[in-house]
Design a protein around this ligand. Structure first.
Ligand code: NI
Length: 228
């Protein structure tokens, strides 16, 4: 499932994040530092070094916004979220086709996260740059994603994907991964559709007994499939 989550950050939060990133200077490092063998050969961008106070501060801001985002919670059913990272592409930089590493060590090195879902939160406005589309290939075909600043896209971490070369301006984004309580993308998508339908029935006042039963089905499926 490929899903757009609008307005994860408010205009005020975006301004703050953007100003801090634009002033980050030496904290920007070669993006290859966190790439695996496959990724390093096709990756060409800059990243804010992990475990810097700046990365932690801005990452926490995004995480607390996500904790209050019902669409994010329903779509990902998060068990763990990797601390958000930040990247910038400019002057022809790109990230060629790759699949994200399946398991990543959390900063600090003590815990691992399985990357079920990949997330990109756009921080630069599309009008600021040309190229830079996130292109995701899944079983339904190829999708080119370029969203307004503050919006986020979620896609299965199993997907082959790339970032097209930048031909003008700079593309600034945050990226991270989610380990879901429900590992399988198809099961997660089914639970998401069911949740959305129940919420719609609740809002439009459908038959109450049916709604109660459907809500029960949701939780019993989640109980069947979730690992915590
Ligand atoms: Ni990737």
């Amino acid at each position: 499932m490929l899903l757009q989550i609008p307005k994860v950050l408010s205009a005020e939060q975006l301004r703050l994040v953007r100003a801090r990133l634009d002033a980050a200077g030496d904290a920007w490092v070669d993006g290859r530092v966190t790439a695996g063998y496959q990724g390093a050969r096709v990756k060409d961008n800059a990243q804010i070094a992990e475990e810097t106070p700046l990365a932690r501060e801005l990452g926490d801001l995004i995480l607390s916004a996500l904790e209050r985002n019902p669409l994010f919670i329903s779509a990902t059913l998060p068990a763990q979220v990797y601390p958000p990272m930040f990247n910038r592409y400019e002057g022809g930089q790109r990230f060629g086709n790759h699949v994200d590493n399946a398991v990543r060590l959390l900063p600090g090195g003590s815990m691992k996260i399985r990357t079920d879902i990949s997330a990109t939160l756009f921080i630069a406005e599309p009008s600021e740059y040309d190229g830079g589309e996130l292109v995701v290939e899944d079983t339904y075909g190829t999708h080119a994603v370029k969203l307004p600043a503050g919006d986020m896209v979620l896609y299965p971490a199993t997907s082959l994907h790339r970032v097209n070369p930048i031909t003008r301006g700079a593309r600034v984004a945050s990226f991270f991964w989610i380990q879901s309580m429900v590992r399988d993308d198809a099961q997660r998508a089914l639970l998401f559709d069911l949740d959305m339908s129940i919420q719609r029935l609740n809002a439009t006042g459908g038959d109450e007994n049916a709604r109660t039963q459907l809500t029960g089905c949701y939780h019993n499926l989640l109980r069947m499939w979730a690992t915590t």
